[in-house]
Design a protein around this ligand. Structure first.
Ligand code: GLN
Length: 314
């Protein structure tokens, strides 16, 4: 289904992607509510491709940890579905694109506390709440899950939570708290709003490199099979990818499907994870964002890479 046009050697292609897309002048922004995301220099740019054959190709700043932010929502959804034999999560959150900003309050009020999808903030708060039933130490369990997929522990150079950043974001997290209180009021949150937002914020504050993020997402390219067994079923992997395609880039999902044509998930730390089913998992990172909260250089680089390689689900 997915073919590599002319099979260009991936290493040199990625080096050229970095040369072409690494920002030369400062454009774009970071969200005012998460000031620490302004710390990485604007010209950081990394890209990594983890293949289903077990190879890793990377270029640029692919070994520098960044804040994964909303990319975490893919992994928490997978963990929640993997632990949810009755599929009961789907009575609490829908699977429709929102067409609104990731932290919008308006739709949640109109739609009686049922979030449109798991990749906008209220949806991810419901997923976090759901996960806390099975794993009371939510965010710490989340890091262990990532470390297992990546094959490196937090004690080494594996995924870790930037606790100062999490505290800082939590202290400024009025909008997420408002969303959580709304959910609670509609009866769609079981744990206290504060506890859910705190766990969610710590999940968002996980630091990983492009190489680690690509590795962590590889199970989605392999029909749900992670490094040491099944993370989710084949059907669930397909469905998570479908939700990434339709909802992974917030209200820029249509534009992303048009330009890149693959399931993807962005975070306001400037990272984007995309999946080429059966082939590979790709992570690109460049910290400055467009007005929808997606990495400016990352979007351009993925459009370019997928055009060069022919990777597509279409
Ligand atoms: N932690 C961020 C927030 O909750 C994540 C948003 C994002 O990456 N889109 O607002």
């Amino acid at each position: 289904m997915t073919t590599v046009i002319d099979s260009p050697p991936l290493g040199p292609v990625l080096d050229d992607i970095v040369r072409t897309h690494r920002p030369r002048t400062e454009r774009g922004s970071v969200p005012a509510s998460i000031p620490h995301l302004a710390a990485p220099p604007f010209d950081r740019f990394g890209i990594a491709v983890a293949t289903t054959e077990g190879e890793m190709f990377s270029a640029g700043d692919a070994g520098i940890p960044f804040s994964i932010q909303s990319i975490s929502k893919v992994f928490t959804l997978a963990m929640a579905l993997g632990a949810d034999e009755q599929d009961s999560l789907w009575s609490r959150v829908l699977r429709e694109p929102s067409g609104t900003a990731f932290n919008s309050l308006v739709q949640l009020e109109v739609e009686h506390g049922i979030p449109r999808n798991p990749f906008i903030n209220p949806g991810a708060l419901v997923v976090t709440d759901h996960l806390m039933e099975s794993f009371p130490d939510g965010a710490d369990h989340f890091v262990r899950f990532l470390a297992e997929q990546v094959g490196e522990s937090a004690a080494g150079s594996g995924p870790y939570i930037d606790e100062a950043a999490a505290q800082n974001e939590f202290a400024n997290g009025n909008r997420n708290l408002a969303l959580a209180h709304f959910l609670k009021d509609f009866g769609n949150l079981r744990h206290p709003a504060q506890a859910v937002v705190e766990s969610y914020t710590r999940q968002c504050s996980v630091m990983m490199t492009c190489e680690q993020t690509a590795k962590a997402g590889l199970f989605l390219a392999r029909g749900g099979q992670g490094v040491s067994g099944s993370v989710v079923s084949r059907d669930q992997a397909k469905r998570i990818c479908s939700i990434m395609l339709t909802c992974g880039m917030y209200d820029a999902a249509g534009e992303f499907a048009y330009r890149v044509g693959l399931p993807g998930k962005s975070g306001v730390g400037g990272g984007i994870l995309i999946i080429v089913p059966g082939e590979c998992s790709i992570c690109v990172w460049s910290p400055r964002l467009d007005s929808k909260g997606n990495s400016l250089a990352g979007m351009a680089a993925l459009a370019d890479l997928t055009d060069r390689t022919g990777w597509s689900v279409f």
